[in-house]
Design a protein around this ligand. Structure first.
Ligand code: ATP
Ligand code: MG
Length: 254
């Protein structure tokens, strides 16, 4: 059994957040969030709507700079990173946004190719091969010529995932990957994430409202509440947790 106090020495953090505070106008959204996301693990971040999950994700991505506190991602402290350091660390992150964010006028193939065109210096044929590999990984080979508007919701999520994987990220961030999907499609997306993590050893931070999905994928659960991490632990520890809101959240959707 690993003592919690030993963790910093025995498990490397992919993301380390210390006392992150964020205020929008008069509202304190994050009120001192501290969390370590361990390399090679799938972390699932839970919390009520509006609790600040996407805001937290945007700080990890470097889209928002910390107003107060520290955010270290893949060894880079974002608060005082230069633009080029920030760009370099972003290149190592893949993101599946809450709304999918595919370019509607481009085909699935072209969408997945965008990050390669922007960030990789590779021959055209190599880029094409990488795109096809990623589409095969998410089971979308046959949809490469489709426009996003011609896809189902589940296919759009998978296309976004293929794009997020284009540059072989060390860290994958997913904002509610299974929202809006039927339970069967949601389960196959969860299995895909789990499979990717096992095969590629990728670190993942997944924001979710889906308790069944959380149970299938999470190595560690983080519960965001009133701007702070009210609980962190394994799924079993979450089940045994006595924080009332955590219990309520878990039992609402078993
Ligand atoms: N750029 C912004 N400017 C002002 N307020 C913002 C901004 N971004 C988020 N907020 C506010 O911060 C709070 C947290 O928003 P956030 O999107 O992080 O919540 P969430 O936990 O992701 O919610 P959901 O589960 O609905 O996606 C909300 O009250 C929101 O209105
Ligand atoms: Mg959100």
């Amino acid at each position: 059994m690993i003592d919690h106090a030993d963790r910093p020495r025995t498990e490397q953090a992919a993301v380390s957040i210390h006392d992150l505070r964020v205020r929008f106008g008069d509202t304190d959204v994050l009120r001192g969030v501290s969390a370590r996301f361990v390399r090679g693990e799938i972390a699932v971040v839970l919390g009520a709507s509006g609790s600040g999950k996407t805001t937290l994700l945007k700080h990890i991505l470097g889209l928002l700079r910390p107003q107060h506190g520290r955010v270290e991602v893949l060894g880079v402290e974002l608060a005082d990173a230069t633009e080029s350091e920030l760009a370099a660390v972003r290149r190592r992150m893949g993101v599946l946004f809450q709304q999918g964010a595919l370019l509607n006028s481009a085909t699935v193939f072209e969408n997945v190719r965008i990050p390669l065109e922007q960030h990789a210096v590779l021959p055209e044929a190599v880029m094409d091969r990488i795109v096809r590999t990623k589409l095969a990984l998410v089971g979308l080979e046959s949809a490469e010529a489709a426009l996003p508007s011609e896809l189902s919701g589940g296919m759009r999520k998978r296309a976004s995932l293929a794009r997020a994987l284009a540059l072989d990220p060390d860290l994958l961030l997913c904002d509610e990957p299974s929202s809006g999907l039927d339970p069967v499609t949601a389960r196959s997306l969860d299995q895909l994430l789990r499979d990717l993590q096992r095969r590629l050893g990728m670190t993942m931070i997944v924001i979710s409202h889906d308790m069944a999905g959380m149970r299938r994928t999470a190595d560690r659960v983080f519960f965001l509440q009133r701007g702070q991490i009210a609980f962190t632990g394994t799924v079993d520890e979450a089940d045994a947790c006595d924080v009332e809101e955590v219990r309520e959240f878990l039992s609402a959707a078993v």
